[in-house]
Write a protein that binds this ligand. Structure first.
Ligand SMILES: NC(=O)C1=CN([C@@H]2O[C@H](COP(=O)(O)OP(=O)(O)OC[C@H]3O[C@@H](n4cnc5c(N)ncnc54)[C@H](O)[C@@H]3O)[C@@H](O)[C@H]2O)[C@@H](O)CC1
Ligand SMILES: [K+]
Length: 563
């Protein structure tokens, strides 16, 4: 678990620390610069040996100030350091200016817009090292102007020629730190580029987990705000925004901020996956101890997974297997007559029930022990339009995926009218855009100014409109509840699991969520936990993964959490 901060929140925390008198802005900047140097050495231990080369690009604000600190520290280590500035040194804010002046005592600063600046760097490819982007951080307010973009791309073209690693201070310049969007300039162009390393401070920004096209690696360096904050009153206020990274990560206690611009509504609470995971493992213990405790399979819930017709049952079978593996006591596949033989030949451990249409489903659901439903994988559009309203009428915990969403593309209002608070919708971006066209349009529109409308904003808005949990898939899966609680399950950086992009993977995720709903997890918790475990399964299996492997690797993942 990691708590994520917006630019405004980070600024408010820094300001509160400075106002408390415990630290100065200059000291925080020094720690930030030292943190960057430390992160670079950690990322590439070979750079910690001997001397190397740094090309440092500084901007007109405090991000640039961090850059001047890095330049000085590396120069003191004996590195060859070349510094370029975008902007007027006279207009630098006070802390950045102080560090500019300290750098000036050690070496020159050139104009970054000088046409020959980048080519002079390229002339000497003799030493490896870093290209440091300290142009803009959390203060970026609009897209980069064309002359700066041109200069930046010239410097970037030097990177492979000179064997440099590309490093960003805080965020890559041009990326909106609240939304993960690359802001476009007046001419509609942006500066998108995937770099080697981003070094940020105190806590990650929201953007670090919202875009997979920014940096290969992310390091978060402590600048002493935790130590200051532990001397102050700690608070946590919902609704929260969390990255579901690891239940082993440290707990966070946000500073209590008195600034009026820093309202409770924006505060990020630490809604960790820890409680959910713990509960799940206790559930597994319960299964193991079933004989002793007298537990019964019905006490672990009974999930019903609706299947499509003949030749279309694979997706539902995958979902059902996922639901069973994650701990539902019983899982039944609801199958039309045409597909009964096909399903019967393929399943073990699962049960089967003939459900031809909405009327038969209504009859089957009169059994109140069927306490979680999965609608969508392989269901078929026509069958979905028939059975989905009938299923939703029972107001049981329900996952809606794939065809259960696509079937209502032409009339999303009809679906929304039937949804209830115990539902979890799991659209991918295409399905999302068909159900929430206006929200998707807002999300996909190029942004010239920040903070831009983000995937977090879009998922929250969709959850509020639908009145249920929405899980919007991607390498940066966002999960939001109608009350504003939000989590990002990011399969980025060290949690990358590209193998999850395989046919049927989403069906298993729907099954995982359904299984947890059957176990009594509340919808948000079920979606968060299932999404987290889904990525862990992908990581655990590794290359060669097919969807069938996901439920089968789950026991190993769960056992590893039991320690
Ligand atoms: N506030 C603090 O105490 C600390 C801040 N730190 C650093 O400070 C950064 C934030 O500093 P700032 O708030 O000064 O913001 P930035 O340094 O990101 O940039 C702000 C400046 O850039 C200008 N600007 C914004 N977008 C522009 C564009 N597209 N074209 C041209 N100019 C543009 C603004 O008018 C402003 O002058 C953080 O990202 C972090 O790197 C760290 O030193 C830690 C301590
Ligand atoms: K930067």
């Amino acid at each position: 678990m990691a708590q994520l901060l917006t630019a405004a929140q980070m600024r408010a925390m820094e300001q509160a620390a400075i106002d408390s008198g415990a630290v100065t802005g200059l000291e925080l900047m020094e720690r930030a610069g030292a943190g960057v140097v430390e992160a670079v050495m950690e990322e590439w231990p070979e750079l910690a040996q001997g001397t190397h080369r740094a090309v440092v690009l500084c901007g007109p604000g405090n991000n640039g100030g961090d850059g001047f600190v890095v330049a000085r520290l590396l120069k003191e280590l004996g590195w060859t350091v070349e510094v370029f500035l975008y902007g007027d040194p006279e207009k630098l804010p006070p802390d950045a200016k102080a560090n500019f002046e300290r750098w000036q005592a050690l070496g020159p600063t050139s104009d970054m817009l000088d046409m020959d600046a980048a080519s002079s760097v390229a002339l000497d490819p003799s030493e490896d090292g870093i290209l440091l982007d300290a142009i803009f951080g959390t203060g970026l307010s609009r897209g980069l102007e064309a002359d700066l973009r041109l200069a930046l791309s010239s410097f970037r073209s030097v990177v492979p020629v000179c064997f440099l690693k590309s490093v960003n201070v805080d965020v890559p310049s041009g990326l909106c730190s609240d939304s993960g969007k690359w802001l476009v300039g007046e001419d509609g162009f942006d500066t998108a580029w995937r770099t080697d390393l981003t070094v940020t401070f105190h806590r990650p920004r929201v953007a670090h987990y919202l875009s997979d096209a920014q940096a290969q690696s992310l390091r978060v360096k402590d600048i002493g705000l935790d130590a200051i904050q532990s001397q102050r009153h700690a608070s946590s206020i919902a609704p929260g925004l969390t990255a579901l990274l690891s239940d082993a990560a440290s707990r966070t206690y946000p500073l209590e901020i008195e600034s009026s611009s820093f309202g409770a509504k924006d505060m990020l609470d630490a809604v960790a996956p820890q409680p959910a995971i713990t509960e799940l493992l206790q559930g597994c213990d319960g299964l193991i101890d079933k004989a002793e405790t007298g537990g019964h399979k019905y006490t672990h819930g009974h999930a019903l997974v609706l299947s499509g017709g003949f030749g279309q049952t694979g997706a539902a079978r995958l979902a059902a297997r996922g639901a069973l593996r994650i701990g539902a006591g019983l899982v039944t596949l609801a199958v039309p007559g045409s597909a009964q033989m096909e399903v019967a030949c393929q399943i073990t451990g699962l049960m089967m029930q003939r459900v031809e249409d909405a009327a038969e489903l209504t009859e089957v659901l009169s059994d109140a022990r069927l306490n979680a439903l999965c609608l969508g994988p392989g269901l078929g559009l026509e069958r979905a339009r028939d059975v989905v309203p009938a299923a939703l009428a029972f107001e049981r915990p329900t996952v809606l995926d794939a065809d259960a969403l696509s079937a209502f593309s032409d009339n999303p209002e009809m679906l929304f009218a039937n949804l209830h608070g115990a539902c979890v919708m799991t659209p991918h971006m295409g399905e999302f855009a068909r159900l929430f066209p206006d929200i998707a349009q807002k999300l996909n529109a190029p942004a010239k100014t920040g903070p831009a409308y983000s995937k977090v904003d879009a998922t929250r808005d969709a959850a509020a409109r639908a009145g249920c949990v929405v899980l919007l898939k991607g390498p940066d899966t966002v999960i939001a509840a109608p009350d504003g609680r939000t989590a990002i399950n990011a399969a980025l950086y060290e949690r990358q699991a590209p193998w999850l992009a395989t046919a049927g993977s989403g069906d298993v995720l729907a099954g995982f969520i359904t299984g947890l709903l059957a176990r009594g997890f509340e919808p948000m918790q079920a979606a968060e936990t299932a999404a987290w475990l889904h990525v862990e399964c992908g990581r655990s299996f590794g290359p060669g993964l097919i969807a069938e492997d996901l439920p089968e690797i789950l026991p190993k993942v769960l056992q590893s959490r039991m320690g």
